[in-house]
Design a protein around this ligand. Structure first.
Ligand SMILES: [Fe+2]
Length: 324
């Protein structure tokens, strides 16, 4: 997502008809008065962009975007990512869109039923919290997710504001974490199956890991962000395993404190647009027994993070800036 610093925060002028209504104390705003399929004008785009930077995730309801409209809307804010591999439900004619239609698909791809897939994942309650493609050296700047079919209840998504989480730390702890870096790696904590394990083979064939700053300076707002998550982060660099585990426990608990979060209940036609550099989110785990849930996602390309100490992230394996 690209913008100049002047439009960040609350300085943007309200665009005609658009209303930005915060829905929680530190994160999340609902935007009304704009039809995303209609091609928002420049003032509306600027207002949405400012709201995303200020509130980290914004929500639209009752939209009627199709695939083409979804991609066109995303292009107003940056360059859509084109993935080399997508879920099988993704639309072949729109390479910018990834569709998730079946939660059971991932385990099945590696010869496991869904329960076993969940059992073998990392053993921590916070494991589901992630930013999208966070093990890359240049994770996406933003994600725009649209709901097509959702169950009548269940399946909510939750986001947390990592700038607020950083600001909420005490001064001494902020100073302590400012210069640290952590390894983000796909598949950490996975418990392999006995014998041949197709998922382990997949992980070895598609390794991806990056050394990211633990405190990232947001490229547009200049805020410091507690750049941590429960899904990819395995080890803080240059400290012992035991020290790393204790520090990560403290920081992950901070990053996911309820006061920094917002929870969104989806309806068909809902759209959520979040800053993937300043948030982590939690996919739902209460809807496997409910009806189908079909969601379409477009991500925008992002920068290589830069730490509070000025050092950029360093790719360890599997990704190059700008190459997907
Ligand atoms: Fe995600």
């Amino acid at each position: 997502m690209t913008t100049d610093r002047a439009t960040a925060g609350e300085s943007a002028q309200p665009a005609a008809g658009i209303e930005v209504k915060p829905v929680a104390g530190h994160i999340g705003a609902e935007i009304t008065g704009v039809d995303l399929a209609d091609g928002p004008d420049d003032a509306q785009v600027a207002a949405i962009r400012a709201a995303v930077l200020r509130w980290k995730v914004v929500f639209f309801r009752g939209q009627r975007l199709d695939h083409a409209g979804h991609v066109a809307f995303a292009r107003r804010f940056g360059e859509p990512v084109v993935l080399r591999r997508r879920g099988s439900a993704s639309p072949p004619d729109f390479p910018e869109i990834e569709t998730t239609a079946d939660r059971l698909e991932l385990g099945g791809r590696f010869g496991m039923d869904h329960d076993e897939w969940l059992r073998r994942r990392r053993h921590t309650l916070l494991r589901g919290w992630h930013c999208d493609h966070g093990a890359r050296v240049d994770p996406p700047a933003a994600t725009i997710l649209r709901a097509e079919t959702v169950p009548p209840y269940g399946g909510d998504t939750t986001w947390s504001n990592l700038a607020a989480a950083y600001a909420g730390l005490s001064g001494p702890v902020r100073a302590f974490v400012d210069g640290l870096r952590a390894e983000h790696r796909l598949g950490v904590g996975y418990q392999p199956r006995p014998g041949d394990d197709a998922y382990v083979r997949h992980l070895l064939d598609h390794q991806i890991a990056t050394l990211h700053p633990l405190v990232r300076v947001h490229p547009e707002t200049g805020e410091r962000v507690l750049y941590v998550n429960g899904y990819y982060v395995e080890q803080i660099a240059d400290v012992s395993r035991a020290e790393s585990a204790a520090i990560l426990d403290l920081l992950l608990e901070q990053a996911t404190r309820p006061e920094y979060t917002v929870r969104f209940r989806w309806e068909p036609g809902s759209v959520a647009f979040w800053d993937n550099r300043a948030t982590i989110h939690l996919a739902p785990s209460d809807n496997a027994h409910l009806g189908p849930r079909t969601m379409h996602r477009v991500m925008l390309t992002g920068d290589v993070p830069v730490g509070a100490d000025g050092r950029p992230s360093q790719a360890l394996v599997g990704s190059e800036p700008g190459r997907w």
